[in-house]
Design a protein around this ligand. Structure first.
Ligand code: 6PG
Length: 242
């Protein structure tokens, strides 16, 4: 495995450590480059970290929030990552000055959403887009963002692609829009947040260096990689093996 593995005791510690890493990345990016571009992970795990960041981040001046992936559902849908970000990171006026961009899912198609989102990324960041921080989660099947095992999206050269609804391993059958490996691997820093015993198998495969799982293919070419996992997910994994 390339990168660092850090195992923390429980989901609470994961949220605290995740929030610390986000705030430290922001501080550094704002100091050095005057702007902080972060791609946010969806799913359940990062919510508590986002809530903590919301309390401590100030007004969000210079913060540019992107979504790593999104289900093609209206923004107010319960399965929407935009909604989750609004409810956790942006709730109650936290980070009022932050800019938040996400694929447009209110109308059009997953394909037009992917194209529009790629254009927004292209307009904001040079080629390749070097996000200051990419936050990711991992599913029990080893997927990350919306890059699923065996998907042609894993070989995409475009920065953003539309993917069909995952066939298995997910109860939510929605098409999705996702950043691709070229963007994830161009980041200055990638932090995975992983919680729960159902992730243990996939995590040990990735730690063993297997690149057949999508999450194992996230290896920033000129950036740092950190796997932040709770003890339920990381049981039996030696941090030194990272
Ligand atoms: C999503 C993400 C997905 C997620 C993992 C882990 O929006 O669901 O695309 O990659 O990060 O499935 O999800 P949990 O954090 O909910 O386990």
């Amino acid at each position: 495995m390339k990168g660092e593995l850090r195992v923390v005791p429980d989901p609470l510690a994961l949220a605290a450590e995740g929030a610390e890493r986000i705030l430290a990345s922001a501080e550094e990016a704002l100091r050095v480059r005057g702007a902080f571009h972060v791609a946010l992970a969806g799913g359940r795990t990062p919510r508590a970290a986002y809530r903590e960041v919301a309390e401590r981040a100030g007004n969000g001046a210079g913060w540019h929030l992107w979504l790593g992936d999104e289900r093609f559902v209206p923004p107010e849908h319960p399965a929407s990552n935009q909604r989750m970000v609004r409810e956790s990171l942006l709730a109650r006026g936290a980070l009022p000055e932050a800019e938040f961009r996400a694929p447009r899912t209110a109308s059009g198609s997953p394909q037009t959403a992917a194209e529009g989102y790629a254009r927004a990324l292209e307009a904001a960041l040079p080629d390749p887009p070097r996000l200051d921080l990419v936050l990711l989660g991992m599913g029990p099947d080893g997927h990350t963002a919306s890059l699923f095992p065996g998907s042609p999206a894993l070989e995409a050269a475009e920065w953003v692609v539309a993917v069909p609804a995952p066939e298995s391993g997910s109860a939510e059958g929605f098409p999705r829009v996702t950043l691709t490996l070229p963007v994830l691997n161009a980041a200055r820093r990638v932090v995975f947040l992983v919680s729960g015993a159902d992730k243990r198998r996939a995590l040990s495969s990735v730690v063993a260096g297997r690149v057949d799982l999508p999450a194992g293919r996230v290896r920033p070419t000129r950036g740092e990689l950190l796997w932040l996992v709770d003890a339920a997910a990381g049981a039996g994994l030696e941090p030194d093996s990272a």
